[in-house]
Design a protein around this ligand. Structure first.
Ligand code: CTP
Ligand code: MG
Length: 229
């Protein structure tokens, strides 16, 4: 196994507003974490899978992981996260296995991200010459700059994209970036770029949207319902 994926699932899900941490909230009777791991274990690429869970729920996350992994459970590691996403990723990076030379970082909250997206990112990292890789989608909505409730300018969206996870990086460079960059970055690509590296995009997937709000959860419910037939 040459590739690891760190699946961060240690957030509380404040914007979702449920009693349980977001990764354990169910979509159509299956937890968000389990949905995410179905995609991860469906990848063609053999992966070390590192799940980063809330400290109090590590055992529950391991049970979910083993249920999805089956015979591949030997490649599953579950660790406790930190109080920011970046710290949770760092906790996952601390348990990379020997021989791993590239690392993907993925949000469990992108529960419906397809396995093919993981394989696409793995391939791009392998051929990317040291650049990081992010899935990106063109912006659909017209974008405005505002000051309070007043529109103060138009924004040309032709060179704007929105980015998703999994994001992929060569192992040594990612670890060095995490060791050298202090402040909190919004995603791993921003941290990697802050360390002086380039970032490439690959086509993203609409299904890899992040479940953030109750509206997102309702959308995920409908999508899973439709695919169940
Ligand atoms: N995450 C994490 N550790 C944290 C914060 C976030 O592992 N301390 C993970 C979340 O579990 C999620 C991903 O990072 O899979 C993206 O974060 P987000 O969607 O913001 O999730 P939450 O932080 O849980 O939600 P909120 O910001 O609404 O509280
Ligand atoms: Mg958050």
């Amino acid at each position: 196994v040459r590739t690891a994926i760190v699946v961060v699932a240690a957030g509380s899900g404040t914007r979702l507003g449920r009693d349980e941490p977001k990764a354990f909230v169910e979509v159509h009777g299956v937890s968000i974490l389990e949905h995410a791991l179905r995609g991860v274990f469906g990848a063609v690429e053999p992966l070390q899978v590192i799940v980063v869970a809330p400290a109090a729920l590590v055992a529950r996350a391991r049970a979910i992981g083993e249920h999805v992994a089956g015979a591949a459970s030997a490649h599953l590691t579950v660790v406790a996260g930190g109080d920011t996403r970046q710290r949770s990723v760092a906790a996952g990076l601390a348990v990379l296995a020997d021989g791993i030379d590239q690392v993907l970082v993925h949000d469990a909250a992108r529960a419906l991200a397809p396995a093919s997206l993981i394989d696409r990112v793995v391939h791009a990292v392998r051929t990317g010459g040291g650049d990081g890789v992010v899935p990106a989608l063109a912006m659909i909505d017209t974008v405005k700059r505002v000051d309070g409730d007043r529109v103060v300018g138009a924004v040309d969206r032709s060179d704007l994209v929105t980015v998703q996870t999994p994001q992929g990086f060569p192992r040594a460079q990612l670890l060095a970036a995490y060791a050298s960059v202090a402040d909190d970055h919004t995603d791993d690509a921003a941290l990697y770029a802050a360390a002086g590296h380039g970032i490439l995009t690959v086509p993203g997937e609409p299904l890899a949207f992040k479940i953030t709000t109750p509206w997102d959860l309702a959308r995920a419910e409908r999508l899973v319902d439709a695919s169940d037939g």
